[in-house]
Write a protein that binds this ligand. Structure first.
Ligand SMILES: Cc1cc2nc3c(=O)[nH]c(=O)nc-3n(C[C@H](O)[C@H](O)[C@H](O)COP(=O)(O)OP(=O)(O)OC[C@H]3O[C@@H](n4cnc5c(N)ncnc54)[C@H](O)[C@@H]3O)c2cc1C
Length: 472
């Protein structure tokens, strides 16, 4: 049977009914928000007095069509659950964001990226149809060619301010059971970026296909590209980074003239960054051998660290510990930015000289080709205006620096300015400091105002600036 039903239609319909009932229960003057257990947002959010939307019945995979290579998924389905359902069919979403609890709806409205993005673009580019609960309380189906195509193209980077996705239909791609990793070491960032550029263009390196590509910068003279190739050879010895061994450390080696080779199952490859939240688990001591020995394996995952961060924020634990040592409080610098590949070395050199954070994650991306037929060829996804035909590099850094007294967000503001000067953008999942005008210029403001007037005319949902910059 090509179509595999995962979640019965009546279960899904009940979930939709509960969602609509909860919408109707929110008083007319109150802001409509999600009531959801997990999150990967990193900005502070104001507490709110009213109950949110009940999305408890919208967490599953509805069906997988292995012949058509598509899946229908409820809006709050996590990628962890989706991948668990697709891999037995030898299929995977075209882009699987690295953190297991990121949901389809979250990645499409808040963007996502991974090492397949140089060939598959961003998660929203493999969506073919979305049902959206808009600010008016209706559920509308948006596709790239129907009467709600403006919502379809405007949904990515709207962060739930035009509506919440209830159901998504997405494309899947075939995957092999294993991934061979080649870790190429570079002592010069120019060399690294020019090699990355060649691989993005050719989708191969040394005549070997490259299916996945990302990289890590430890310092200006120690950086790596990680090239992944899918294969089906089960004779290869495979590593396991879900226990005592730590993936990001495994990348490092001394040989600039030859790569280090490693093998993982496809599942372990897709989740390689989740176990230690890239490298951020070290802040909780989880990488210390003694602590790690006693740290339950099931707690080695990003959602657990996220809860620890929430506690740290609530009780200002980090700042209190710093104060005890006579150190100033910290400024959180947790950001993903994108600059054109030609500007990447300039950005990295500036960053390494200015911001004391390492390692740094690199991930190349290009919008998928061809664009959907009805897309604006100059600005297909207007709220996050990447140019078609151009390669960008996502640069991720997730840590903190000493705060600058009297200048809240000093380092974050420097980064925003540098990124804008280099014609880049930054993701909005974390803190932002833009003025309303800067924000509107960078994130499709005029277009957004039209969408907001059409799909949320009574402002039942927050607007993007209030959410992303004012942390409401
Ligand atoms: C440290 C860190 C590193 C990150 N690195 C990456 C990365 O490398 N790759 C990557 O892909 N992403 C990364 N992200 C970003 C992440 O993908 C986005 O924050 C994404 O929006 C989170 O999805 P979520 O499902 O957890 O949504 P939530 O965190 O719950 O919500 C995010 C926003 O989306 C809205 N939203 C949630 N669900 C829906 C829905 N169904 N419909 C409409 N709006 C909705 C919410 O209202 C909220 O404004 C990173 C985030 C952090 C904190």
């Amino acid at each position: 049977m090509a179509v595999h039903v995962e979640m019965g239609p009546s279960v899904y319909e009940q979930g939709v009914n509960r969602l609509l009932e909860s919408y109707r229960a929110i008083p007319p003057g109150a802001t409509v928000r999600l009531a959801k257990k997990t999150s990967n947002l990193f900005r502070r959010r104001d507490p709110h007095p009213h109950p949110g939307l009940d999305v408890s019945g919208l967490g599953g995979v509805l069906s997988i069509d292995a012949t058509a290579r598509t899946a229908e998924v409820a809006g709050m389905c996590t990628y962890e659950d989706l991948v668990a359902a697709t891999l037995p069919h030898g299929l995977a979403p075209l882009v699987v964001p690295q953190l297991k609890t990121i949901t389809l709806g979250g990645a499409v409205t808040g963007l996502g990226i991974e090492s397949s993005s140089f060939r598959n673009g961003l998660p929203h580019e493999s969506v073919t149809e979305i049902d959206v609960l808009t600010g008016t309380g209706e559920i509308l189906t948006a596709t790239g060619s129907n009467e709600h195509a403006d919502l379809f193209f405007g949904f990515p980077n709207s962060y739930g301010t035009l509506g919440y996705s209830v159901r998504l239909k997405i494309e899947l791609e075939p995957v092999a059971p294993y991934v061979e990793l080649r870790h190429l070491r570079f002592t010069d960032l120019d060399d690294l970026v020019s090699t990355m550029k060649q691989i993005v263009e050719k989708k191969s390196f040394d005549s070997t296909p490259v299916d996945y590509l990302d990289g890590v910068v430890f310092s200006a003279d120690e950086a790596y590209l990680v090239l992944g190739r899918q294969h089906a050879d089960d004779a290869m010895l495979r590593s396991d980074y879900t226990g005592s061994d730590i993936y990001y450390r495994s990348i490092r080696h001394d040989r600039a003239d030859s790569p280090k080779i490693d093998h993982l199952t496809i599942g372990d490859y897709l989740w390689r960054w989740d176990t230690d939240w890239f490298w951020c688990s070290r802040a909780f001591g989880a990488q210390h051998p003694t602590v790690r020995r006693f740290w339950p394996r099931r707690w080695l995952r990003s959602s657990v660290y996220w809860k620890l961060i929430a506690l740290d924020r609530r009780f200002a634990i980090g700042d209190r510990l710093s104060a005890r040592k006579g150190l100033p409080p910290g400024e959180r610098v947790v950001q993903d930015i994108e600059v054109p590949i030609e500007a990447t070395v300039e950005f990295l050199s500036w960053f390494l000289d200015t911001v004391p954070i390492e390692p740094i994650w690199l991930c190349p991306l290009r919008l998928r080709e061809p664009l959907p037929a009805a897309a604006d060829p100059a600005r297909p996804w207007p709220l996050y205006p990447l140019e078609p035909g151009r390669t960008y590099v996502n640069v991720g850094f997730w840590s903190g620096v000493p705060a600058t007294p009297g200048h809240p967000g000093h380092t974050n503001r420097l980064i925003e300015k540098r990124v804008a000067d280099l014609r880049g953008h930054k993701s909005l999942y974390s803190e932002s400091f833009y003025s309303p005008d800067e924000f509107a210029t960078l994130y499709g403001g005029e277009h957004y105002a039209d969408l907001k007037a059409r799909y949320d005319p009574r402002s039942r949902l927050l607007d993007l600036y209030s959410k992303a910059v004012r942390s409401q």
